[in-house]
Write a protein that binds this ligand. Structure first.
Ligand code: B1M
Length: 221
């Protein structure tokens, strides 16, 4: 199979949620020297975008979204160790979770994989994470950064609720607050008082590294 055929196959089979075929194609791609990033950004993610578009048009319903997501997750299981394997030196600690009321996790997991690959120690709190759990885990792990992911316009207000909870616990200024997820914008991040927003996984890593470096430079040793 050519690289193009593998990418097309990954797109088509993710779209119909054919998890075994997606796994086979990822393995074929790796055997044929196709890069992990190409499979992710040129096939798997665009396919999920099309799933979302079909859902919006009423051509797909929740079960179709779910099986497409499972197919994507099977691919990520194979790609995760390869994407995270860079031998980067430890550079910081990150607590990450999808906010309360929201169960989307593929995007969050992808950000985690990239953070780990860049040398972050990541504590993933999973999905549907309540503000008090974020507070408790920040107190436990004392991270450089906490990341809130939200994928629904109805759950984005949890950013503010989380930041209020950090303020109430007296730990808001101890940690850099980053937000992200498909519907989130820089304007929204600014409005809720987050320290940073990133539209995608690689920007999230770059911004986290920059902010940590700035914060460390500002604190006398
Ligand atoms: Co849902 N869903 N879903 N869904 N789903 C969306 C998000 C939607 C946009 C589809 C659509 O209508 N086009 C829409 C939201 C509309 C809105 O509010 N604006 C939607 C809806 C409506 C819903 C339900 C309400 C449907 C229903 O029940 N009627 C329901 C809600 C459930 C809930 O959470 N309470 C629901 C359910 C589901 C499934 C469970 C079936 C499944 C999720 C499975 C899973 O995640 N384990 C699902 C899926 C698969 C999707 C789509 C199709 C794909 C999401 C995805 O994984 N994208 C999605 C459509 C779409 O996104 N186009 C959709 C790929 C992923 C790599 O991208 O998530 O954007 P993304 O992550 C990016 C960036 O956002 C960023 O980096 C990531 C990688 O580059 N990023 C960060 C993420 N977190 C970050 C954090 C950062 C920085 C960057 O710093 C901390």
């Amino acid at each position: 199979m050519t690289h193009e055929e593998i990418l097309k196959g990954l797109y088509d089979e993710t779209l119909i949620g054919n998890a075994p075929e997606v796994k086979d194609l990822v393995n074929k791609g790796l055997a044929e020297g196709l890069g992990c990033e190409a499979m992710l950004y040129d096939a798997l993610i665009p396919s999920l975008e099309e799933v979302g578009a079909r859902f919006e048009r009423g051509d797909y319903f929740v079960p179709e979204m779910l099986i497409a997501a499972r197919a994507m997750q099977g691919a990520l299981d194979i790609l995760r160790p390869l994407l995270a394997e860079t031998g980067a030196k430890p550079i910081g600690t990150y607590v990450m979770g999808t906010v309360k009321g929201d169960v989307h996790d593929i995007g969050k997991n992808l950000v985690n994989i990239m953070l780990e690959g860049a040398g972050f120690t990541v504590y993933d709190l999973g999905v549907n994470v309540a503000p008090e759990v974020f507070v408790q885990k920040i107190q436990e792990h004392n991270p450089d950064v906490v990341g809130f992911s939200a994928f629904l316009t109805t759950t984005m207000p949890m950013f503010k609720a989380n930041i209020n909870a950090l303020q109430k616990a007296g730990i808001r200024d101890d940690v850099i607050v980053m937000v992200g997820g498909a519907p989130v914008t820089q304007e929204y991040a600014d409005a809720v008082g987050a320290d940073a927003y990133a539209p995608d996984a690689s920007t999230a890593v770059r911004i986290a590294k920059d902010l940590i470096a700035k914060r460390r430079a500002a604190v006398p040793a």
